[in-house]
Design a protein around this ligand. Sequence first.
Ligand code: SF4
Length: 712
Amino acid sequence: MSATVATTCPYCGVGCGVLAQVAVDGAVSVQGDVAHGSNHGRLCVKGAALGETVDLQGRLLHPKLRAEDGSFRRASWDEALDRVADGFRRIVDQHGPDAVALYVSGQLLTEDYYVANKLAKGYLGTANIDTNSRLCMSSAVAGHKRAFGEDVVPGCYEDLDQAELIVLVGSNTAWCHPVLFQRMVRAQENGARLVVIDPRFTATCESADLHLPVKPGTDVWLFNGLLSFLFQHGVMDVGFVDTHTDGLNATLATAAAEAGDYATVARICGVQLSDLLAFYRLFARHERVVSLFSQGVNQSSSGTDKVNSIINCHLLTGRIGRPGMGPFSITGQPNAMGGREVGGLANMLAAHMELHDPVHRDIVQSFWSSPHMAAQPGLKAVALFDAVLEGRVKALWIMGTNPVVSLPDADRARRALNACELVVCTDVIEHTDTNRHAHVLLPALAWGEKDGTVTSSERRLSRQRPFLPVPGEARADWRIICDVAQRLGFAEGFGFQSPHEIFIEHARLTAFRNHPPGNGDLPASPRQLNLSGLTSLTRQAYDSMRPVQWPVREDGSGTARLFAGGQFAHPDGRARFVATSGRAPANATDREYPLVLNTGRVRDHWHTMTRTGKSPRLAGHTSEPYVDMHPHDALRSGVRAGELASVHSRWGSMVARVRHGGGVLAGTVFVPIHWNDQFASDARVGGLVNPVVDPVSGEPEFKHTPVRVEPF
Ligand code: SF4
């Protein structure tokens, strides 16, 4: 057996610590890391099966270039990198920097993300770099920024142990964040109550004390009603609100106008009045409340307002920043948080600074000594692919993601790639729905080979460490990006020799001109993302770094909770209530498309199954795509359980096997996101999803597309 290596699970945002070992025959065994603060030794089925997923079958091991006839031929790294750099340079010279773009991924490590963002925003001079994290949590980012002044999750997982009431909104945590859910169940065993708000009766609901099966898209009405209820019943922290917040009166007025009486709220939300009031009373009665939300909230054309309607209730009651309470965004991907921290979203700069803020732009530009600084926010994911299709973006570099499967209106994404002059794909897998449209394929390192950091949902930085040899000619993403940057003439900014050097630069940028109040052009409240205690890490200290929650103080200690003193990140230090009005989902059902399509994960698969599909025990649990239907809807649609059916929307079609049940409400169907043309033909649910986005966050409405189901 090899030495044990402490690393981090590459799947969800819980960020569990994993101990990995390699046997002499190459078999990899894993177990949970008892010393890791995120999971204390626990792993879910996906994490426990990691050892079954690290073989090289299907891996992209050499750079490849597409020939005239559409086939791919092996190329040297020099030839492939020259092709990328020459193509990007030519297009920037001819059409300007906004004619090129990067589309990256929550699978990248923070160091990879950092150099990709630096290349685009500081050197190429375009903010056209967005990430697949846009698809899962950008509404939470936008809600945090509106309420707190910065994208900050205030609490930590320990709050679940101390909560009296846990409210889960739009999250099948039992399947999607299982180790966190186990923690909630233990909290229940110790007396906590669990309320689940979800249109579906999921595995999570089986443990709930109360399940509110709200109509899809009605969360804002529900939480506006709660805000009014709390205010009317005197459940308000007057001192906290007066001293630390702004905007209550307008928000209350909007909520009261929206909510009307509670019977109206119950009718709009489609729940029993008695259940609605039971939830409101539970929330009012318990001081220590944690409200967790996930994709069911975020993936909506009113996702940002939903987030703020939840946060408003915590601001009114002052239940934030103290043990056992607070709003809590659960992140989908393993490093969606780390990507946010280094500016992986098209509207953000590194270190949680804002592209639209001239002071922030100046801070980043002077720190980087960047020659061409992006001047305005770039295109968010859906708009970015629209720009590719329309020819405004002519070169696109995709890293570690499969947009032909995962984007809404995914057939349009495919057409966009077909129309694009230069498509570069960095990936660990050779054959994907997206890679077949590439002109250049660049092989990247996978989990077990990569070296760097990720950040979990509770702001905990954790190391991913290598324990497997580099396969073929694969390279780290950060190195590939630096190789291209150097060919573009940016040697000075991209001379990194290790992820450690990149991490140190990132840490220093978080602390650069980020001081306490009263310093010249600086805001009254410093940015919370500050790694000042990690700016001088030696290589050895980086290699042995223990998981730590940011902000990290000068002495290296982390921070479990933020905003305890009521000091927020807006320039005046006060949090904001945000008035939110309920809005119906963008596209309503009609006679032609009478059912609402909801999408999500299954317990044992991850994204497009390139890793989990290799594990017999994971793949065996759910072997094919399915559509969950209420039996009455199946009868009306002329389909039967166990038979194949076609699912159609205005944007596309797919085929799946009908299942009765799955906890769906009558009038709704559920299809998992994982299957794609590598595993079954016509199985990409992304092809059906309406390309509607939240106007603030740009996050797509994956939870509500009108469809019809027919016999196949
Ligand atoms: Fe990995 Fe998430 Fe499971 Fe933890 S809960 S083992 S991070 S998939």
